[in-house]
Each structure stands twice: as structure tokens, then as C-alpha cells.
Design a protein around this ligand. Structure first.
Ligand code: ZN
Length: 857
């Protein structure tokens, strides 16, 4: 074979291509771009490239829940790939430059240290053209004999993550291929363009992985950030798709932008953006910048790399959601067009990066070094040793994964401190051995601030814009949520230290130490009580249910010697348990720490007895059903599914909305209805199904109604709630009526708890912060409902994030969560998602306690 000018049906730049490098057509067995390719086909093709050329090497960095590999392709010159381990060490050293001086970097630059550019593709599985573009790019870089390609690869090592969400993409590709006829259908209404619930956007557990970089709840994210930290890039591009009527987007992004990011980032955004614009203009293609896609929420595939010092960028192409689709203006958008556009920005980005190799590496080093040198008012954070061990362990895992240094002290020391989160702690903290100190002055300074600071300041010009938009009755331009501050979201009593501890007192907390205190397990002769003082209680409860170990829960506090165990503690009687119970309890002891009490007597010192009528048995033969399917929001139900089943271990039966009418309810203990469309349920279910549900509740069932699930429950008459927003009375007096109550874009709001109620068991303080989005205002009927959590007064409502002033007034004092008894059954209603995106651990108990009490009898 002779070198081909156009090796396959894709418009690559003309030139000579190595004939021994296989084209996608040849390996895949169909013309490239004729149909979307599966993750397996993408990896298969990259393997063929790796066999044919020393310019590419593959690495497997993880596995999805469905068992698909997560893989990276390393592309560069054979010389660079031969030295990859050295380069990786250098990039890691620059990212955490404790030992690196400017002269070292100069030496490394003259030694030829290349730039690491990381391209992520198709993190939203149905935004598919970017994976095809990744293959075309890999072919081009590996097969082209152009001098220009050689020059770029000498300066750049490219790491390609071709399928960031293999399970979601697989779902999408299966759909398109199953629905395609002989010819691609251009009608946007054709089944091949209209996915069924839940769509390929999400991963297996229905998480949006382009929001999960911050919380790292999913195996894909955990594996990816671990790979990221092993070799941190200086340029990171995340390739997406948007609606079919759009054109193409690349940075600069829109406001708001995390204000702490280095100012050089904006210069680089301009430079890469202008290079992309020139490349597009040469071909006569359309594009836009600046109007969408902010860099404020730190969990995207651009903001998260930016907090790690990279030039983080999102590129967005209009989607054919299949092979060909007609747009509103009558033109036809093809998969091939989309691939060509992504290919063009990808190649242009590589050229731009190569051209500025030394400057980008210098800026990267400088911004990382600044993290080590900058002193701020706050020295760092203190996580007390007596905080929930379950949460401490979770926090430590997250910090360690990202290379954060955590210390403790060798002897007690008093330091000045402040509590911007709950405002309840004093201005001084006694720091003791076992407490954790997280200094701000370290390489991950910016990421730590994004996780732990009370708030990320929002650009005043952006705020002026959204206010104007609202006045003009336009949609205010918030792109995502605005409040995620970890101490508030987790209800973890962390303080900011303003005093500086003597460095000689600090000892590093080892990475692998389990957090529980080294409590020696003592066998009980009569009973064990797991005090509801840690979220670990729920893991133990789920595990006991799975093994059918009988246990009880208490509705009122149990006074056992000096211990006061709140409602929702677990009571196991030794005489009732099988032989394998003892070893099981011993295993759990190290996770539960002091929350586990081993009793030789059931005598209580005050209040209720261990076998009081105020305790209830929790049977293991009842199901927990989560309503999923058409009419529910995939990421909402996904967060409940993953958190309850994977994190805590409760088996969750998921039932589709269209199956409820015909299902057998006899073994169901709890039904969770979250973020559902009441209209869809009305259409699907009819009165008869609702009547059956009502009888099921009255007969002892428990309904957990979350968000619009609570609206549905009130519309069907299961409970009485007056819903806002209501109109203001003085509207008529103003010439221009105030705009309707706008959505809170997702913020942390303060609520006051009614701790005496058994549902709130485990909350030790009356004030916590809850995640809230939208503008739903609930006033449950006071005759039949008991409000367990109420929004704080307007002046102290917003704990973190943006809330409109009139929404504060409207929400103040209204209900966040309320309890309704119905016959022998119960309704647990919560107005906004308590397990949003699998984080916000501070409100997990709202669901977990409801499950225990829903199952109990
Ligand atoms: Zn996307």
C-alpha cells in the first residue's frame, strides 16, 4: 500500500499517512461516522493503533459498575513515551512543588519536558460525537507523517480519555442502533433521536459525572481523579454536545468564575479561544463564546482541573443525537460534521499548547507555588476528634485522594478560631491529639477553599446581570448550584483556625489508618445498643437486615449509665441472635467506635426501658421501593438509589412508574417518591391506583415524599399542604409588579429542627443546613401534619450560596420537612432533595430514619 492522501472517509488534512496504521473503517468494519460506536469498539480500535505504532500506549485506570474498563490512551513521540515515567514524576512535582525551585523547572524545560494535555470525551454518554473525534484524532496523530504533527508531539504528551462514561454511552449507542432503520432518519422526533428514560447522559447509578468531580461519589470519578493525581495535566479539555440548534462553544466561559483561580487562566482562555476561532473561521464555521457554561461550580471537568492548576476548558458541539438530524432552520446536522468540529478544536488546541509549552509549564508551576506561599487570614481548618467517625473517614478519603496534607498535634494547644458555618463555637479552640488540622497553605489551597470555605464569592457584575434578567422576566442565568460548603452540607462541626500552630507540634495523619478509636471489643451477655450518634448506625442496620439479625429501635431517648442514646438507636438482644451474630458485631465495633454499647443488663437509669412499648421491631422481610422511570428525574432517584444501596447497604427495589398500577404491595414497607412529575403520575395511575396506595399506607405502609413527590402526595389528597409561592399583597401599589418568585439555584439554607420528634433522632443540635433548590414553599395543614424542620428567619436563612431576598422572606418559617400519620401508616415529607448528588450528608438522616421507622412495627 502507498501512503494515502485521504486514508478514509473523514476530512483529515491532506498529506502522507503511514499505510501500516489501521483506519477506523478497517478495524470497525463499517464506514466511520455511519453510526455511533460503542465503548468496546472505541477501545478495540485504540488497541489496534497501539499494536501498529509506538506513538500510542494504553492504560486501564478503573472499571465501571457494569464492568466496563476505563482506559486512557497516551499519544506522543516514541521518545517521550519511553520517558513517560520521568515526565509523570516531573508533572506531579510541579503540581505539588514543595521540593521544586525555578532552576529545576528551567533545567527540565531544556531537557525537553513536554506539556501534558488531557482530553476527556463523552462524559455525558449521549453527547457522543466526541468519542468518534477522539478516534479520528488518535489516527491522525499516530499515522500522519507531517512534520507539524511530529513537532507537536515532541512538545506535548496527549492523554485521551475516549469514553469517560462507558455505561451511559453504551446505553445510548444501543438505543440509536436499535432504533435506526435502513437510512438515518432526519426527523428530530424519530425514535432514534428520542431516548427513553433515563437516557445515556448518566452513568449506571444515574449520576451526572460532569458534576461529580467535586463529590467523587462514583467509581468512575474516584478512579479518574486518582489517575489525574498520578499525572496532573496542565491543559484539560472536556468535550461535550448541546442542543441540535446550537453551533459550537469554546472558552472564554461566562460569568461567574471562581475568583481564586489564577489571573493567567483568563489570558490562556483568550489565547486558546482565539486560535479555535481562527480555525473555525478558515472553514466558514459558526461558533460562540462567553455566553454559556460558567466556571463557578467546582465539580465540572473544567473548573475542577482549573482548581488543580490546569487550563480547564469545556468545548460544546451541537448534537445530532444519532447520525443525521434536521435543525429548526431546515439545515441538516450530521455526526460527521460534529466529529469534524471536535477534531478541529482538538488539533488546534494541541498546536496552541505546543506553541506555548514553556510558558504554560511556567505558569502552572507559578500558580502551584503561589498556593504554598500565600498566607491568608485563615491558617486552616480543625476537624474535631469527636466528630462522627463515619464522616471523618469519608472526608479523609476524599482529601487523601487529592493529595491533601492532614495533621494532628502531639500535645494539646489552644488556638484562636472562628466558626463561619454555624456560628455556635467560641473564638478559641483547644486542639487535642486526634483532632485533625488541615492547613490552607499547601498545593491544594484552591481546592480546599472550594470544598471547605463557607462560600465561593460571586462576581458582583454577574449578580447585577441576573437581577436585570429577572426584572425583564428573562430566565436568570445561573448554570448550576451555588452552595456546597462541606462543613454545612455534611453538618460536620469544623472551625476555621486563625491562630497558627507551631509546626513542630504537627504530625502527619497516616493515609491508611482507619479512623475509629482503637476500642477493644467487649462481648455483651444481655444486649448491644448502637447509639444513633454516627451515620455508621445505618450501615449496621442495613447489614443486620440483610443477615436477618433481629433488632429494635427506640422512639424516645435511652438512658444507659452516662450514655444517652437518641431515637433511632439499634437494640440487639443477645438471646435472640444466631451464632454468627457475635463475630459480625465484632467487625462492626471498629467502625462504630464509642457508639456501640455492650450491656450485661438492660436496666436504664431514666426514661424508657430497653424493651419499652416505645421501641419497635424492624423486620427484614419488607421491601424498600424507590419509584423510578418516566416522570421521575434520573439524577434525583439515582442519588437515592446509590446512596441507600451502595453507601449504606439497604437493598432497594426500583419500580417503574408505569408498573405501579399492577404491582403487588403486600411485601412493601416503604415507598420513596422523589422529584416526580405529578402530571405524569396523574396520567399513568388514575384514581384506583392512588386509592390502593392510600389503603396500603393506612394499613401500615410508609411513604417518603421528596420535592415534587410531596406535591404529588398532596394533590392526590394523601396529605393536606398549601403550596406557595403566593402573591404579595402590595403588588397593586407598585407601577411595575414585582417579578414572580424566582428559583433558588441550589443553596444551603438554615433550618431549625424539632429534636424531640423521633424522626429527627441522631441530630444533636437544633440548627443544620439543608440543600434547597427551586421556589417551592410548603405550609402543611397544622391539624394533621407535624413540622420537624422549619426554615430559619429571613436574615439568617442563607447559609451558603445565592438566595433571592424575596424568596428568603417567603420561605422564612415555612416547612422543610413534616410528618403525617395516616391510619396505621405514615408519610415523611421533605420539600427538597436531602441526598442531592449523593453528598449533603447532613440531611441523610431525613431519609435513613424514615426508612427505619417506615419498616418498623
Ligand atoms: Zn455535556
Amino acid at each position: 500500500m502507498s501512503p494515502a492522501l485521504q486514508p478514509f472517509g473523514f476530512p483529515l488534512p491532506e498529506g502522507s499517512y503511514r499505510p501500516d496504521v489501521p483506519t477506523p473503517d478497517r478495524v470497525l468494519g463499517f464506514p466511520f461516522g455511519e453510526r455511533p460506536i460503542t465503548p468496546e469498539e472505541a477501545f478495540h480500535y485504540l488497541e489496534a493503533l497501539a499494536q501498529a505504532s509506538p506513538r500510542i500506549r494504553l492504560e486501564t485506570y478503573g472499571r465501571t459498575f457494569e464492568g466496563r474498563p476505563l482506559r486512557l490512551a497516551w499519544v506522543s513521540t516514541p521518545e517521550n513515551l519511553a520517558r513517560l515515567e520521568t515526565w509523570q514524576r516531573r508533572w506531579r512535582d510541579l503540581w505539588n512543588p514543595v521540593q521544586v525551585r525555578r532552576e529545576d523547572l528551567d533545567a527540565w524545560l531544556s531537557e525537553g519536558l513536554p506539556l501534558l494535555v488531557w482530553f476527556g470525551f463523552s462524559i455525558h454518554g449521549n453527547e457522543h460525537s466526541s468519542t468518534e473525534a477522539a478516534l479520528a484524532l488518535a489516527y491522525f496523530l499516530v499515522a500522519s507523517e507531517r512534520a507539524e504533527v511530529q513537532q507537536v508531539l515532541e512538545r506535548v504528551v496527549l492523554v485521551i480519555d475516549p469514553v469517560q462514561n462507558p455505561d451511559g454511552r453504551s446505553r445510548f449507542v444501543q438505543h440509536v442502533r436499535a432504533q435506526m432503520g435502513r437510512q438515518p432518519d432526519e426527523s428530530p422526533w424519530a425514535t432514534e433521536h428520542t431516548e427513553e428514560w433515563p437516557s445515556g447522559r448518566f452513568n449506571h447509578f444515574l449520576y451526572d459525572l460532569n458534576r461529580d468531580w467535586l463529590f467523587q461519589t462514583q467509581v468512575e470519578s474516584q478512579a479518574r481523579v486518582a489517575a489525574y493525581v498520578r499525572h496532573p495535566p496542565q491543559v484539560f479539555v472536556d468535550f461535550h454536545e448541546m442542543g441540535r440548534d446550537e453551533t459550537y462553544f469554546f472558552p472564554p466561559p461566562t460569568r461567574p468564575i471562581i475568583p481564586w483561580l489564577p489571573p493567567t487562566l483568563r489570558t490562556w482562555w483568550e489565547r486558546f479561544g482565539q486560535a479555535n476561532a481562527r480555525a473555525f473561521e478558515q472553514k466558514g464555521w459558526r461558533y460562540f463564546t462567553r455566553e454559556w457554561f460558567d466556571t463557578y461550580y467546582p465539580g465540572y471537568g473544567d473548573s475542577f482541573p482549573a482548581l488543580n492548576g490546569a487550563i480547564g476548558m469545556t468545548y460544546e458541539q451541537a448534537s445530532a443525537r444519532g447520525v443525521r438530524v434536521r435543525r429548526s432552520d431546515g439545515t441538516v446536522l450530521t455526526l460527521a460534521d460534529a466529529i469534524a468540529h471536535h477534531w478541529t478544536t482538538a488539533w488546534t488546541t494541541l498546536q496552541t499548547a505546543a506553541e506555548h509549552r514553556a510558558d504554560i509549564l511556567r505558569d502552572f508551576f507559578q500558580s502551584r507555588t503561589a498556593n504554598l506561599q500565600t498566607t491568608e487570614d485563615v491558617w486552616g481548618w480543625l476537624v474535631p476528634a469527636d466528630a462522627d467517625p463515619f464522616l471523618r473517614q469519608r472526608l479523609l478519603e476524599r482529601l487523601r485522594r487529592m493529595g491533601v496534607e492532614v495533621y494532628t498535634v502531639s500535645k494539646p494547644v489552644a488556638l484562636t478560631a472562628r466558626d463561619p458555618y454555624f456560628g455556635t463555637q467560641g473564638s478559641r479552640s483547644d486542639v487535642r491529639p486526634g483532632d485533625w488540622l488541615i492547613p490552607l497553605q499547601q498545593a491544594q489551597r484552591l481546592l480546599l477553599k472550594a470544598w471547605l470555605a463557607r462560600e465561593v464569592p460571586m462576581d458582583p457584575e454577574f449578580l447585577a446581570t441576573v437581577r436585570e434578567q429577572r426584572e425583564l422576566r428573562e430566565e436568570p442565568g445561573f448554570y448550576d448550584i451555588t452552595g456546597w460548603s462541606l462543613p454545612l452540607a455534611w453538618n460536620l462541626r469544623v472551625v476555621e483556625l486563625t491562630g497558627r500552630p507551631d509546626r513542630s507540634l504537627l504530625q502527619s495523619v497516616p493515609a491508611d489508618r482507619p479512623d475509629s478509636t482503637d476500642s477493644t471489643f467487649r462481648r455483651a451477655t444481655y444486649a448491644y445498643v448502637v447509639c444513633n450518634r454516627t451515620l455508621g448506625v445505618y450501615g449496621a442496620a442495613a447489614s443486620a437486615l440483610e443477615r436477618r439479625f433481629p433488632f429494635y429501635v427506640n422512639r424516645k431517648p435511652l438512658h444507659l449509665g452516662s450514655n444517652r442514646c437518641p431515637p433511632g438507636s439499634l437494640i440487639f438482644f443477645v438471646a435472640q441472635e444466631p451464632a454468627e451474630f457475635g463475630p459480625w458485631m465484632e467487625t462492626w465495633a471498629r467502625w462504630l467506635g464509642p457508639a456501640l454499647l455492650a450491656l450485661d443488663s438492660g436496666w436504664t437509669t431514666d426514661g424508657i426501658s430497653l424493651s419499652s412499648p416505645q421501641t419497635a421491631f424492624v423486620p427484614s422481610d419488607k421491601r424498600i421501593v424507590l419509584l423510578v422511570g418516566p416522570g421521575t428525574r434520573p439524577d434525583s432517584v439515582g442519588a437515592l438509589w446509590h446512596t441507600l444501596e451502595v453507601v449504606y447497604g439497604f437493598p432497594i427495589t426500583r419500580v417503574r412508574t408505569d408498573m405501579v398500577a399492577s404491582m403487588d404491595w403486600s411485601d412493601v414497607g416503604v415507598l420513596i417518591v422523589a422529584d416526580v412529575s405529578p402530571q405524569v403520575l396523574k396520567r399513568l395511575w388514575g384514581d384506583e391506583t392512588v386509592q390502593r396506595l392510600k389503603l396500603w399506607i393506612e394499613d401500615g405502609g410508609a411513604l417518603v415524599a421528596i420535592g415534587s413527590g410531596a406535591v404529588w402526595a398532596s394533590e392526590t389528597g394523601l396529605m393536606k399542604v398549601e403550596w406557595g409561592p403566593e402573591k404579595k399583597t402590595d403588588e397593586a401599589k407598585t407601577p411595575q409588579k414585582p417579578p414572580p418568585l424566582a428559583d433558588v439555584p441550589g443553596a444551603l439554607l438554615r433550618v431549625r429542627l424539632e429534636n424531640r420528634h423521633f424522626w429527627m433522632g441522631g441530630y444533636e443540635t437544633p440548627d443544620i443546613a439543608v440543600f434547597y433548590e427551586g421556589n417551592r414553599i410548603a405550609r402543611p395543614d397544622p391539624e394533621t401534619a407535624f413540622v420537624v424542620a422549619r426554615f430559619a428567619p429571613a436574615d439568617r436563612l442563607a447559609a451558603s450560596g445565592f438566595v433571592w431576598d424575596d424568596t428568603k422572606e417567603a420561605l422564612a418559617g415555612t416547612a422543610y420537612a413534616w410528618y403525617v400519620g395516616l391510619g396505621r401508616g405514615q408519610i415523611f415529607a421533605i420539600s427538597s432533595h436531602p441526598m442531592f448528588r449523593g453528598d449533603y450528608w447532613g440531611t441523610h438522616r431525613f431519609v435513613l430514619n424514615a426508612l427505619l421507622w417506615g419498616l418498623a412495627r
